[in-house]
Ligand binder design. Structure first.
Ligand code: NG6
Ligand code: CA
Length: 500
């Protein structure tokens, strides 16, 4: 081949590569404890117009699931593409737990990074920090953490806003830490002399249950003890703005490269202490105000994408890590103020539970101009996003990554209503399954929060519970005795996919 021809071949090949490697930006907007019915396009009473607009331009799923009814396992699945029950450590973690993702396992962030994406986390982590082999030094470089599993940039809290340490961590370092006032964290016993909710209830501006009655930070008692780091402690009121600003800066800084942003604000997790300008902005009390904050963040992100000309080139997913909970440790009038708003929509139960409301969550996927807009009843799960994003950029999910996700790209883009055949649901460490219209809850118990200081545990006897979700969305009419073959079929799938 002469030089001229060779050049022509090279030019043709690179043109092909450009066509094959479509790399839109990808943003996961991952709410916390936001229920199916919390968003106005799903029937919620707080106006979430920004999310509703995204839903109109994209696909709004009525059968969209997180993998578990609590945070850590759902986040684990979202990032790894693996059902969380396969990792016994994937349960609600204390703020000083080691990282539960093996850095040798490529997360969706690591995978996208390997494929030329700039990657960032802004918000809640709650997947552990440090190695299980040695105690973590909070005052040095905190690793392994987000960076070691693929997030080039990270700005986050360690666990939850109600768990110490109540500080931000940026790229492995506590932000604004004064070396002469080092941070110590302990979940068993008191460290330092900071007042606790139990010892100094008069200092509290929010009454809390015993679990949340440990070290007081910003007038709010938390789960766990911390000392030091006074200059680094966060103010809950500023948290949403802080995470949002980092996300906005990251978008603006990456106009040239494709990026993956995992934006995980605190809203709607407790304590629901939103910025003063949002306090009282809804009639539903702090819980409603936090929903308004969440929606506002979505609006600001969209605005930023439009400003920088990246909106049409960005796939946006809005969802939540588990179903809703009105009371979760702090007296915030969540129950009293909720009125007729039904946070879990038509479904039974919420956070912690194997009822539908535990894992069936708002799920919206929008790629402006590329999505075929509409409402889809396809069963889709957050565990599928990894494989679907891989398909989007024309790559295979790496072998060492989780293999539970399916490539549902066509469903996510609204090109088909065919989703999963079935989905395994996890609530408080126990399993359920939905296949088609049928839901099966194996024997054990179903755990829920019943209200202030109350936990409800509903025993489930042999042969378990079988519901027809279309006819019985509230899971009240157990048909297990009538359809033993159906029970067996669903049980067999569980045995195969989730053997104990
Ligand atoms: C629970 C906490 C709850 C919340 C939850 C984690 C008690 C009694 N309750 O253990 O307040 O922090 O953990 O929520 O301590 S999640 O959304 O991060 O899973
Ligand atoms: Ca949560």
């Amino acid at each position: 081949m002469n030089k001229k021809n060779m050049l022509a071949v090279v030019v043709a090949l690179s043109a092909l590569a450009v066509v094959a490697a479509e790399k839109p930006n990808i943003i996961f907007i991952y709410g916390d404890d936001i229920g199916y019915g919390d968003i106005s396009c799903y029937g919620g009473e707080v106006d979430t117009c920004n999310i509703d607009t995204l839903a109109k331009e994209g696909v709004r799923f009525t059968g969209g699931y997180c993998t578990a009814a609590t945070c850590t396992p759902s986040r684990y699945s979202l990032l790894t593409g693996e059902y969380a029950f396969r990792n016994k450590s994937a349960q609600i973690l204390p703020g000083n737990a080691p990282l539960i993702i093996d850095p040798a396992r490529p997360t969706i962030a690591a995978f996208l990074q390997d494929n030329g994406y700039k990657t960032a986390l802004s918000g809640k982590w709650h997947l552990g920090l440090g190695s299980p082999a040695e105690p973590l030094d909070w005052n040095g470089q905190i690793k392994p953490g987000p960076k070691e599993v693929g997030f080039e940039y990270s700005f986050h809290m360690a666990a939850t806003a109600d768990r110490v340490p109540s500080v931000y961590i940026k790229n492995g370092r506590i932000v604004d830490l004064d070396a002469s006032d080092p941070v110590q964290v302990n979940y068993q016993e008191m460290v330092g002399n900071d007042p606790t909710g139990l010892s100094h209830p008069q200092l509290l501006r929010l009454q809390a249950d015993e679990q949340h009655a440990k070290t007081i930070v910003n007038g709010i008692s938390r789960i766990g003890y911390m000392s030091g780091g006074n200059s680094a402690r966060f103010r809950d009121e500023d948290m949403a703005d802080t995470y949002l600003n980092k996300a906005v800066d990251f978008i603006k800084a990456n106009k040239a490269d494709p990026f993956f942003l995992y934006f995980a604000p605190n809203e709607n997790h407790v304590p629901r202490v939103v910025h003063e300008r949002f306090q009282g902005s809804t009639s539903l009390g702090p819980r409603g105000d936090a929903l308004a904050v969440f929606d506002w963040c979505v609006g600001r992100l969209v605005e930023t994408l439009k400003e920088t000309g990246q909106y049409e080139n960005t796939l946006i997913v809005v969802s939540s890590d588990n179903g809703p909970v009105l009371f979760d440790g702090y007296w915030e009038a969540g129950i009293e103020r909720t009125g007729t708003h039904d946070a879990s929509g038509p479904w039974r139960g919420g956070k912690y539970s194997r009822w539908e409301g535990g894992t069936r969550v708002p799920f919206i996927v929008t790629w402006p101009g590329k999505s075929n807009p509409g409402i889809s009843d396809a069963i889709v799960s957050q565990v599928d996003l990894y494989a679907s994003v891989a398909a989007l950029i024309g790559k295979k999910v790496p072998k060492k990554a989780g293999q539970d996700g399916l490539d549902l790209l066509d469903a996510f883009l609204g090109k088909t209503e065919v989703g999963r055949d079935y989905i395994i649901q996890e609530g408080s460490g126990q399993i359920a399954i939905r296949k088609g219209n049928w839901k099966y809850v194996p024997p054990g118990s179903v755990t829920e929060r019943g209200g202030i200081g109350v936990w409800i545990s509903t025993p489930v006897e042999e042969p378990g519970l079988l519901f027809h979700l279309t006819e019985d969305p509230t899971e009240s009419n157990n048909l297990a005795a009538l359809y033993p073959e159906r029970v067996k079929e669903l049980r067999d799938i569980i045995m195969k996919v989730a053997p104990e």
